[in-house]
Design a binder for this molecule. Sequence first.
Ligand SMILES: N[C@@H](CCC(=O)NCCCC(=O)O)C(=O)O
Length: 255
Amino acid sequence: MSHLPLIGVSACTSLVGKHLFHIAGDKYLQAAALAGWPVIIPALGTHLEVEDLLAHLDAVLFTGSPSNVDPSHYQGAQPGVGPHDPARDHTSLALIRAAVALGVPILGICRGFQEMNVAFGGSLHQKVHEAGPYQDHREEPDETLEVQYGPSHEVQIEPGGLLERIGLPEQIRVNSLHGQGVDRLGAGLRVEARAPDALIEAFSLDRADRFALGVQWHPEWQVQSNPHYQVIFQAFARAAQRRVEQRRIATGSRI
Ligand SMILES: N[C@@H](CCC(=O)NCCCC(=O)O)C(=O)O
């Protein structure tokens, strides 16, 4: 039997009619399936130990979402810009910290990237477009998905980092669909890419023994037809496969 990695995919809470559901977008699940079997992680908050779940997973993908991380997680009690999803905040922040501690590879996309920064003690601009020298990084609300998720601006890949090592060239074009962005970078994170306005667009954990990468753009979008997006998921898949091997050795081949 082959040991296909199990890839956790973070869910948002969302009302469908009068009932609360835990949902993850199809494009994230399809892209995660390039690395292994995706399993949706419900945003159940903190009453379950995330370590118990992580013991069974080989990697976790933290998805994008229209909701914003509640600023109480990084700058004290403030109303902040909604919508918020407190259950997702609690689940994701606990999962990110525990995954890194346990050596489970993680990839954060858009909100997931912002969650990673907050989990490492960083902060976010509430509205990037009102925060000084930055461009407006939001999508045009009335445009088609093809336009919204199409290339929007360049990012400059930092030399010597993970993104360079996995094969990305000095500059790539990426999509851009976010109102918030990294302000103070979390402890232990290394900048991997910046937008032309210098906004941080990607970071990794500065530890050779961990795969923890966050990107502000959406590499899951039509990943199969974009070689620059594909290499990110290929690197994530390799990290998940390494975790399968580590778990196999740790459990004496019984997985
Ligand atoms: N709300 C945050 C994060 C933006 C984000 O993740 N957008 C993705 C929305 C839909 C999707 O493609 O999953 C912000 O505005 O910065």
